[in-house]
Design a protein around this ligand. Structure first.
Ligand SMILES: NC(=O)c1ccc[n+]([C@@H]2O[C@H](COP(=O)([O-])OP(=O)(O)OC[C@H]3O[C@@H](n4cnc5c(N)ncnc54)[C@H](OP(=O)(O)O)[C@@H]3O)[C@@H](O)[C@H]2O)c1
Length: 359
């Protein structure tokens, strides 16, 4: 049955669905899609927010043409009939049961959760659930455009990477691949602003408990750990263990990952910096910060930019590789649209912000 809430498709536009439209990353997807010349929103999906209009769920989006459109229940057949491409911004564990039917219905999909990033046997360990569709995991392509763009272009289903994993893999992979660090354990210290926890505050993420607080959490069991190991192995051929300790900091947006690798003999700060510059030459969203300056997540706010920096410390024989992104943009919605561009044969930067918001 034709969905009663289809919007008129403008000629040449690809119609997309946003599931989890009321959430932080759902809202950010809709905000960024508004500026995209080839994509238009044709379906808003949700759970508890069904029946609310987009403007009710997101008052900051109230001027958009689709502001009066209602958020609808997520019925796979209706979604596949309404959209050629589906962005799923649902909580971990919610899209694994929904996206296989949507893909089977003929739509292509990008999942912003972790439901298609790992092999089936890892889900009980790292996500606490048995994967309901293990055969579909083989279809999924890991959506890190700077490293796996060719596979993404043909994918039916893309697993959009986690925010911490994006900054870590893109920083460490070229350095390991070039032999500038030893292929041994990597220690990753992560910091995230509070929007990483989603729009509904809990006892531990409320303003009262996070204002002026800096707090490690969920280590050594954070679910991005195996994703980092898998992504680095795919990109470099080196299976290295990662120890990852994330922290909450009292900011709204921003992720910083500080990675410690064992320095290879002869590696200097200059050779590390040159390696990153060469790896991402002509890639629109990677900005390598020269030695002496410092990365800053605040500079990336609102943009799809990743700032990278690498420094050699010969005294401790350590290569320090630091990445900074806006968790909601390069860490989620922006990277998902970058993947969509590759899937549709568009230039990867189409419709995406290159400039951050400052101050
Ligand atoms: N926040 C980030 O920085 C970030 C970065 C990278 C990846 N991600 C991933 O992106 C996904 C969304 O994150 P978010 O921060 O946008 O979360 P969020 O703000 O909590 O939004 C989650 C959305 O999912 C819907 N939802 C909640 N429970 C549901 C359920 N049981 N079944 C179906 N839908 C449900 C909610 O819709 P209703 O209001 O209609 O119930 C809401 O729109 C998560 O998987 C997260 O891990 C987030």
């Amino acid at each position: 049955m034709q969905n009663p809430h289809n919007y008129a498709s403008m000629e040449g536009f690809v119609r997309v669905a946003v599931l989890g439209a009321s959430g932080f990353t759902g809202g950010e997807l809709i905000r960024l899609l508004h500026g995209h010349p080839g994509l238009e929103v044709g379906y808003l999906g949700g759970a508890g927010s069904v029946g609310q209009t987009l403007a009710e769920a997101h008052p900051h989006l109230a001027q958009l043409p689709e502001a009066g459109e209602p958020i609808q229940a997520m019925e796979p057949t209706a979604i596949a009939a309404s959209a050629e491409l589906v962005f799923s911004a649902l909580p971990n564990g919610s899209s694994a049961g929904l996206l296989p039917a949507i893909v089977e219905g003929g739509a292509r999909a990008i999942d912003l959760a972790g439901d298609f990033r790992l092999p089936a046997e890892d889900y009980p360990i790292w996500y606490g659930f048995e994967h309901p569709a293990p055969s579909v995991l083989d279809l999924a392509v890991y959506g890190l455009p700077e490293l796996f763009g060719k596979e993404i272009a043909d994918a039916q289903l893309v697993a959009n990477p986690g925010c911490y994993a994006t900054a870590t893999i893109l920083g460490c992979a070229p350095i390991l691949a070039a032999g500038l660090a030893e292929p041994g354990p990597i220690r990753v210290d992560g910091k995230t602003g509070m929007s990483g926890a989603g729009r509904v505050a809990t006892e531990t993420t409320s303003f009262a408990s996070t204002e002026d607080a800096i707090r490690p959490y969920r280590f050594p069991a954070h679910q991005h750990t195996p994703e980092m190991e898998r992504g680095i192995a795919r990109a470099t051929g080196h299976e290295v263990p990662v120890l990852f300790v994330p922290h909450l900091v009292p900011a709204v947006r921003g992720v910083v990952t500080t990675c410690y690798l064992s320095l290879a003999s002869g590696t200097t700060t200059e050779s590390l910096t040159d390696c990153l510059v060469d790896a991402y030459l002509d890639r629109p969203f990677v900005r390598v910060v020269a030695a002496g300056a410092m990365v800053d997540a605040k500079r990336t706010r609102g943009s799809n930019v990743l700032e990278l920096q690498a420094v050699a410390d010969p005294r401790t024989r350590t290569a320090v590789v630091i990445g900074a992104i806006d968790n909601l943009v390069k860490g989620a919605a922006g990277q998902a649209i970058q993947n969509a561009n590759l899937m549709l044969g568009l230039p990867e930067a189409t419709g995406l912000p290159l400039a951050g918001v400052w101050p």
